[in-house]
Every structure is written in C-alpha cells, then in structure tokens.
Write a protein that binds this ligand. Structure first.
Ligand code: MRU
Length: 365
C-alpha cells in the first residue's frame, strides 16, 4: 500500500540482508512510521508477543521467517532439527488464537524433518516463508475482488449515497502483507469509484481501530469516522450501517469465527437490525481440525493494556493510568461469533456460508 509517495508491505525480506526481516512497527503508529529490523528468533517472538507486528496472516508469515532466521543464525548447529523444534514451541507460545501462526510453524517443521544439511534446510525455509508471504498477499487481493460485488450491490441500492461500512479492530494491510482482509473489498470499491464511508470501532484496549485502521484509511483517502466500541448497535438501529465487515483470527469447521474481542457484540446487533455481517479471511485462517468455536484458545493479555492508555503527548508516546490502583482486570483478546450470526465468509476462493458445508465447498476436503 502507498504510504506517502512510497509503496510498502507490512513485512518484507531484503536479499542483501539475508539474516533479517523488515517490518512496519505497528506500536509506533499512528504517530511515527518506523521500520524495524528483526534478526533473531527472540526478536521475532517479542515482535509477535508485544504486537510490533499483529494481525493473523502477518504473524504467521513472520513466524515462518523466524524459523528461517534461527536456522540461518546457527550454521554450526549439530542438531538443527532439535533446535528448530524448540524454536517452533517458543513461537507457538507467543500468541495462541490466530491459527495462521500454528499453520506457518507446522509448514516449516515439515521442511526440516524431510531434508537435512544446513544450507539446504535454510534455503528451503526461506523459500517457504517467501512463498507464504506471496500466497497471503494474493489471497488478500482476491478477497478484495470477491467481496467487492457485495459493496457494489449496496451502492446500486443507495443511488449515489455513500455505502456505510462498519469494521472492528484492524483487518487492513498492516494485519496482512498487503490489501487486508476486511478492508480489501473496501480498498477495491474505493478504487472503483464507489462512494464509501467507514465507521471505525476504536477497539479497546489496544485501539487498533483508532490507531491503525484510521491511519490506513487516511493514507488511502477513504472517508471514515471513529466511534466508541459501544456505538455500533446504536448506529445500526438508526439505519446508519449498510454492512459489517470484520476479519478473523481462527474460523472453525462449522463456521464459528474468533476475532478481536467485541466482534460478537457487533454480530448480535447486526442480526437484530438486519444488517449483513460478513467475515473476510484467507483460507489459512480456517482451522478444519476444530469442530466449533468453543475449542478455540482465547488469548488472555496483560492487565496493563486495560489499566493504561497510550497516546502522544507533545513529541513523546506515553502511557497514563486510567483506573484506581489495584483494580482487578480481565483482558480477553478475542471472542467467538457463532456461525449462525455470520451472513457469509469472504475468502480468496469465493464467498461461502459460515457452515460445515460452506467451508467444505471452499476447502474441498
Ligand atoms: O490482537 P490483534 O490486533 O492481532 O487482533 C487482530 C484481529 O483481531 C484482526 O481482526 C484479525 O487478525 C484479522 S485481520 C487480518
């Protein structure tokens, strides 16, 4: 995506610096556009855990690069496969909900368990990580193509009035390699000249909507309005939302959708107000091994994310406490929207019902 006069992806590899991967530091946005170089397994783990890089598809790709970087950094390792198995466990412990991470790690495990020799393994791990980045990017482009007709149909009904889209968290290009998931059809529709307006949930506690989605939409010149997380239901009651588009971190065989905490409440409000609720996701986010959403591991994050708010004061990014001392806190990162509340799943292979049959028709298993 374009940032100022330069095209960026959220993560990239430079062949002139083979032991590193470059990422956009999402913790500094929207105040500072900073590129971070990551050159060790520990830094990959921390970037995922502390959310320098976040969003299901891109953390999968970064984990794949993490396995490669660890192999690259240890040319004398006599027991490379054992070492990489430890690296895999370590990365898996960083964030549990997005299945893309587990998928990426298991793909890399297949490689070093099948071949031997340091340079052969390292080369194959790099090719797989680069391949995953390309696949995710193309999947998101196609999600945009496949989701676009939904917005076009709404635009036809609205006869020149902007289509009002509500989104939660950040499911844009920062969360993927490029294009985004939920935002991919939005970018495509904007490019096609369809009048649009996006309601952006602030997405407490980390404010990915306020910080990242707003930043992305602003870069793209798409009209948006930031709203408090609890405002969506009111807007829907008053006919101010035409469609809800969200991403997913893991979708189970029956179509249940784990996404950023608060998504479920938007789906309930959408159903009550007859607003279509679509989930956009690459097939790498579908976990056919899980029957339904109750088995999805839901990440619990640190209390400080709720106790403190982060913002810019003058030239400094600072945190301030917003609650009385010793306030007990529970911080679930994700919730599960039951398949029955989902109008459809927008994937790179087409749109399907959020059901076992729908998912089977897409995955062809
Ligand atoms: O905790 P985060 O910011 O990593 O959560 C991200 C989301 O919930 C996104 O909606 C999800 O990854 C889908 S986006 C491609």
């Amino acid at each position: 995506m374009q940032v100022g006069n330069k095209y960026y992806e959220s993560l990239w590899f430079d062949r002139d610096h083979p032991g590193e991967v470059r990422v956009i530091n999402q913790r500094r946005l929207p105040w500072e556009f900073q590129i971070q170089i990551i050159d060790s397994l520990e830094e990959v783990y921390l970037a995922i855990r502390e959310m320098t890089v976040r969003g299901a598809p891109v953390i999968g790709v970064l984990a794949a690069f993490g396995m490669y970087i660890d192999a690259y950094n240890h040319p004398d390792e006599a027991h490379l496969a054992d070492r990489l198995d430890h690296a895999a466990e370590y990365l898996l412990s960083s964030r549990p909900t997005a299945v893309n991470l587990a998928y990426a790690v298991s793909e890399q495990q297949k490689i070093y368990h099948a071949i031997s020799g340091h340079s052969a393994v390292t080369g194959a791990l790099l090719r797989r990580a680069l391949g995953m980045a390309d696949t995710e990017k193309e999947a998101c482009r196609l999600i945009g193509e496949n989701g676009f007709p939904l917005i076009r149909e709404l635009a036809e009904k609205k006869q020149g009035e902007p289509v009002n889209i509500l989104t939660h968290c950040n499911a844009g290009w920062l969360a993927t390699i490029d294009y985004g998931t939920a935002l991919a059809p939005v970018y495509k529709a904007h490019k096609e000249g369809i009048p649009l307006h996006v309601w952006v949930d602030e997405t407490r506690p980390r404010n990915q909507g306020a910080r990242l989605t707003v930043w992305e939409l602003k870069q793209a010149g798409i009209p948006y309005t930031l709203i408090a997380d609890n405002a969506g239901g009111h807007l829907m009651q008053h006919g101010m939302v035409d469609i809800v588009l969200v991403g997913s971190d893991r979708t189970t065989r029956n179509g249940d959708v784990a996404n950023k905490i608060g998504t479920y409440l938007k789906a309930l409000a959408a159903r009550d107000n007859h607003v279509p609720f679509y989930v956009a996701l690459p097939v790498s986010t579908i976990d056919p091994a899980l029957k339904d959403g109750k088995d999805i591991p839901i990440e619990k994050r640190a209390a400080k994310e709720i106790i403190e708010m982060e913002g810019m004061t003058g030239t400094k990014i600072q945190k301030v406490s917003i609650v009385p001392p010793d306030t007990p806190v529970m911080n679930y990162g994700f919730d599960v929207t039951p398949a029955r509340l989902v109008t459809g799943l927008i994937t790179e292979k087409g749109i399907c019902q959020a059901s076992e049959e729908g998912i089977r028709s897409i995955l062809k298993y």
